[in-house]
Design a protein around this ligand. Structure first.
Ligand code: DI6
Ligand code: FE
Length: 407
């Protein structure tokens, strides 16, 4: 695929004198004396200097012993929305619960109103500072969900805004249609007929416009039943779209098993998943996406069963869940610290969770998530002495440089 000239390898750019966490294999894939070479935006070599071919590079960058990891992947965000929910935060501080606020017409529906009222340009403009915070910590791939429109026009507008973010920033964006996020007020309590609209009108239009890479739903007492989610998954399947699910966040409705049955890319949250659900995820190879920001922010006390996930060999990813209601978080570094401190994940699990496993959860492990020849050259270069520093610190950003597609 790449031209070799007398045993030499041509490349555009070379990062030398670096320590690598390639994230290939099962662990961190540490290389003490390593280099990365890129051509046409893709990695042509990543590994030990001793194993490297002779490289002819147009440009060589001396990393002075810094660490290089894959660019970070945030595999679960709701980062496009209107307004914010600082006022509800105040109500919660005064004693109201997330569910009480949601049932009283606040919560997701209040963000829905602000999102419907915003133009596409305004949605992009309000999301960009949040996106930039993630980019500033080395994020190179991000998933963005809709789900604050809850009508066709606003869901399309939100997904277009999400795609636009990937055009105005050096960032790979994958989009997810989350029409089944909450019941809009005009559906006046009729969840089944709203789900019919999601399946028969919204999802086909979103798919036809090519605006979604996957389909998600919120399976919960305050949202939709497993039977309703199943209808959404059937509609997604009919359009050839992969699915994922907000499952077992506040209670156990056996959403994980349902997601697994549909070969979901991921099941997300999972605080209340039981062993049967964990086994199902294991059998289907569905990634468990843990969201410690939401756990922390809603002061959840029921932890996801990390030890069970490990025992059954379920892959674990970590994401920001960046959203205005339950996780106003724009830091994967802090998400890693919370994953370790609150959920007792190891450093290796945290780092894999925001790179390799997050890429797996998006179905794009073939192109990002590890440092391997053939993948996009998406790198995060860190001013640290050991990888644990990325997890250990709170509110400190040691990013030295970020590379997206070789630049
Ligand atoms: N679970 C969550 O934590 C977010 N959505 C979801 O399905 C909450 C979204 C919000 O409150 O705005
Ligand atoms: Fe979420």
């Amino acid at each position: 695929m790449y031209s070799h000239n007398k045993g030499r390898m041509q490349c555009d750019r070379l990062w030398k004198n670096a320590r690598l966490a390639t994230l290939t294999g099962e662990g961190l894939g540490i290389v003490e004396s390593g280099l990365v070479a890129a051509r046409d935006g893709r990695i042509v070599f990543a590994g030990a200097v001793a194993d490297a071919p002779t490289l002819d590079a147009a440009e060589a960058i001396d990393c002075a012993g810094r660490w290089i990891t894959p660019g970070l992947v945030d595999c679960h965000t709701h980062i496009v929305y209107g307004g914010n929910r600082a006022h509800e935060f105040e109500l919660r501080l005064a004693g109201a619960s997330y569910e009480e606020i949601a049932r009283a017409g606040g919560g997701i529906v209040s963000t829905m109103r602000a999102t419907r009222a915003a133009t596409e340009e305004a949605l992009v403009a309000s999301a960009l500072p949040r996106v930039d915070a993630l980019i500033g910590e080395g994020v190179t791939t991000m998933e963005i969900k809709s789900g604050y429109g809850l009508d066709l026009a606003t869901e399309l507008k939100s997904l277009r805004a999400a795609r636009r973010i990937g055009e105005v920033r050096p960032l790979s964006v994958t989009t997810t249609f989350l029409g089944a996020h909450a019941l809009p007020p005009e559906a006046i309590g009729d969840k089944d007929s709203y789900i019919a609209t999601v399946c028969d009108e919204m999802l086909p239009a979103v798919a036809k416009a090519g605006l979604a890479d996957a389909v998600d739903a919120f399976c919960e007492g305050i949202a939709f039943t497993p039977q309703q989610v199943e209808r959404v998954f059937e509609a997604a399947k009919a359009r050839g779209l992969r699915v994922k699910l907000h499952a077992e966040q506040l209670s156990n409705l056996h959403g994980a098993s349902l997601a697994a049955r549909y070969g979901a890319l991921s099941a997300d949250h999972l605080e209340h998943v039981d062993e049967q659900g964990v086994k199902a995820l294991s059998a289907s190879g569905t990634v468990a996406v843990l969201l410690p920001g939401a756990f922390y922010f809603v002061r959840e006390t029921h932890k996801p069963p990390v030890e069970l996930l490990r025992q059954h060999g379920v892959r674990i990813a970590l994401a920001s869940d960046s959203n205005p209601g339950t996780s106003p978080l724009t830091s994967l570094l802090l998400a890693m610290n919370m994953g370790a401190t609150l959920f007792r994940l190891t450093v290796d699990e945290c780092l894999a969770g925001v790179t390799r496993e997050a890429a797996r959860a998006l179905g794009c492990l073939d192109s990002v998530g590890t440092l391997e020849a053939g993948k996009w050259c998406d790198l995060a270069i860190w001013d640290i002495e050991r990888p644990a520093e990325l997890v250990y610190r709170m509110g400190f950003n040691p990013l030295h440089a970020r590379v997206w597609r070789g630049r």
